[in-house]
Design a protein around this ligand. Structure first.
Ligand code: CTP
Ligand code: MG
Length: 180
């Protein structure tokens, strides 16, 4: 059923969707690269901080347990079966989302883009790829059971749409400096 597929894919990705937004709200403080440069440019930049990364990971990880607790009532209210998170899978999604975003900043700096510059495509999918890779690496059995090929297909289509809309929203709310 299409509804079940789309709702289930969204649900399975919640621990990966929330960390970046939590990092925007919690960010600040010491940058991960400690201000260091490489080839005359910052390694990562001031936009990737220890605090944002830690809070983002914790919020995404904690959300997975809330989702597990809510899966039955929400699922029956919607008439669908919702996926559960394993502990390692949840951690992989949350931390992997943050790592993907950090890796993207590394690539942005290497390609001469300043902090905050857009990198279409990479901006929308960096955290998805990071989240899925780390979740698969940490708990492959859970990953393959949860992220079947149809689910992965929905994730790759729905995520960029959600990412664009939430970032434009955060920009107009004054939470983010750029709408991407
Ligand atoms: N943030 C953070 N730590 C992270 C990710 C994000 O502190 N690991 C916070 C920073 O305050 C950052 C804001 O969230 O400025 C927006 O995140 P993002 O758009 O990913 O960073 P940019 O500032 O645009 O920097 P970059 O060009 O490196 O992506
Ligand atoms: Mg940005």
């Amino acid at each position: 059923m299409v509804i079940e597929l789309v709702v289930g894919a969204f649900w399975a990705m919640l621990p990966a969707y929330v960390p970046n937004n939590a990092a925007v709200l919690a960010g600040g403080g010491a940058p991960i690269d400690g201000g260091r440069t490489w080839g005359g440019r910052r390694v990562l930049g001031d936009g990737k901080t220890w605090r944002g990364t830690a809070v983002g990971t914790l919020v995404g990880f904690a959300l997975a347990f809330l989702c597990n607790a809510a899966a039955d009532p929400v699922g029956s209210a919607l008439g669908v079966t919702l996926p559960r998170f394993s502990t390692l899978g949840a951690f992989g999604l949350a931390f992997g989302a943050m790592l993907g975003d950090v890796a993207a900043s590394f690539l942005k700096r290497r390609t001469g883009r300043e902090r905050g510059a857009a990198f279409p495509g990479l901006d929308q999918l960096d955290f998805v790829v990071g989240a899925l890779l780390l979740a698969a690496a940490l708990d492959f059995a859970w990953f393959t059971g949860t992220f079947t090929l149809p689910v992965l297909g929905v994730v790759l289509v729905v995520t960029p749409i959600l990412h664009v809309t939430t970032n434009v929203g955060a920009y107009y709310l004054g939470l983010k400096d750029e709408p991407w």
